[in-house]
Ligand binder design. Structure first.
Ligand SMILES: C[S@@+](CC[C@H](N)C(=O)[O-])C[C@H]1O[C@@H](n2cnc3c(N)ncnc32)[C@H](O)[C@@H]1O
Length: 380
């Protein structure tokens, strides 16, 4: 099968994890970009990328790359593409644009407008008719990426962002993006190789993603739609092959999820049920202060309140409590905390072994690792 140039978009800080995932599913010539990974692969790999990648937000197939001197040349080069390969006059389309450091394009809307004109004129000159624009539910999504004087035109194979796995029906006040949660787990090096715990699980994103990783459940198993299903070359048999059930990995450890709020815990349980992992997670309503779990050689990953979106009376005290519990009840484990509350994080009172910068939406966060050695153990 023919190979295409592909681009998988991700969140800042997850590029290396995504590159590894892409290599694991057979991506060729994998190169790390900025919030993106570039690679090559055939149609089957496009389907697989959408179905399996946990840290990709969307997957684009490159149509054309060109450089331009001005807007007129940009329009002409855009019109010169054989758009009939991707679109017909009966279909409608949307254009998503990103513009970085361009003198010709001040905003992305102008870039979208120019490509829309180019597509409309291409069809009008050929057939006298043009396909319609549909911003809500388009048949085909064209992606325009302008950097200085170069442009990459791609066709979006995903449609809705891939973080929409299809299991979230209930959410707390500040749920993590599913792609971020999966990325955090992979950055922590957890692949189902030990027990896992999130003692402040909120709507359950971390334990649910952990359960999907541990049991080898494809990221998009529950998703109903992908943009490539409307492509002219959509191959149903190939898609059926990609989604053929894979053997579940045997997982001999336990995933614990708890939260102080019974409402949030209920949301987490509902989401887990939808994700078909409810019986793979041990849920408990508990204040972390009082949580008694015999937990050894495991990984704790949690996302406590930051005081930004969730109002917390004594944020410093909360982080101090987390540090004390880790030191006294949870020695011999690897703990990771994601937080935007940089000052309060110091109250954990442990020296981080690793500090990673991540973005949770618009919030700059630290993802800190604390290896809590057991006094009796020299090294974990
Ligand atoms: C930022 S939210 C976690 C969001 C979660 N990662 C998600 O994806 O939905 C923080 C959670 O910590 C919980 N929490 C706050 N204080 C707690 C405590 N002392 N013990 C346990 N959970 C606590 C809150 O109820 C809230 O659900």
């Amino acid at each position: 099968m023919k190979d295409f140039k592909l681009i998988a978009k991700t969140l800042a800080g997850l590029e290396d994890v995504l590159a590894r995932e892409i290599k694991n599913i057979g991506g060729k010539n994998v190169r790390r970009g900025n919030r993106a990974v570039y690679y090559e692969g055939d149609l089957e790999l496009i389907y697989k990328s959408n179905y399996q990648l946990r840290t990709a937000l969307r997957v684009l197939k490159e149509i054309e790359y060109f450089q331009f001197k001005n807007v007129d040349q940009f329009y002409l080069k855009s019109k010169n593409i054989d758009w009939s390969k991707y679109l017909s006059i009966e279909e409608n389309f949307r254009i998503d644009s990103v513009v970085i450091n361009s003198n010709d394009f001040r905003n992305s809307m102008f870039a979208s407008l120019k490509v829309k004109d180019a597509i409309a004129d291409y069809f009008r000159e050929k057939t006298g008719k043009r396909p319609d624009v549909n911003t809500d539910e388009p048949d085909i999504i064209i992606n325009v990426h302008i950097f200085e004087n170069s442009c990459t035109l791609s066709i979006d194979s995903s449609g809705e962002s891939l973080h929409k796995r299809g299991y979230r029906i209930k959410q707390g006040e500040a749920p993590l993006n599913e792609v971020l949660a999966a990325g955090m787990i992979m950055l922590a090096g957890w692949y189902g190789n030990s027990d896992f715990m999130d003692p402040m699980c909120g709507s359950g994103t971390l334990p649910i993603e952990a359960a999907m990783i541990a049991h080898n459940i494809p990221a998009a198993k529950l998703r109903k739609e992908f943009a490539f299903q409307k492509w002219h070359d959509f191959d149903t048999l190939l898609w059926d092959k990609v989604i053929e059930p894979t053997p579940r990995r045997e997982f001999r450890h336990t995933i614990y999820a708890s939260d102080i709020s019974s409402g949030n815990l209920l949301n987490a349980q509902t989401n887990a049920r939808r994700a078909l992992v409810f019986n793979k997670i041990k849920f408990q309503k508990a204040d972390f202060k009082d949580l008694q779990i015999d937990f050894r050689n495991g990984t704790i990953i949690t996302n406590p309140p930051y005081g930004e979106r969730l109002i917390e009376a004594n944020l410093d005290g909360l982080y101090q409590m987390i540090g004390e519990r880790l030191k006294h009840q949870y020695t011999g484990n690897d703990a990771w905390i994601l937080s935007a509350a940089a000052d309060s994080m110091k109250f954990v009172g442990l020296k981080p072994n690793t500090k990673i910068e991540l973005m949770n939406g618009a919030l700059k966060c630290k993802f800190n690792q604390y290896q809590i050695f057991d006094g009796k153990m020299e090294k974990k």
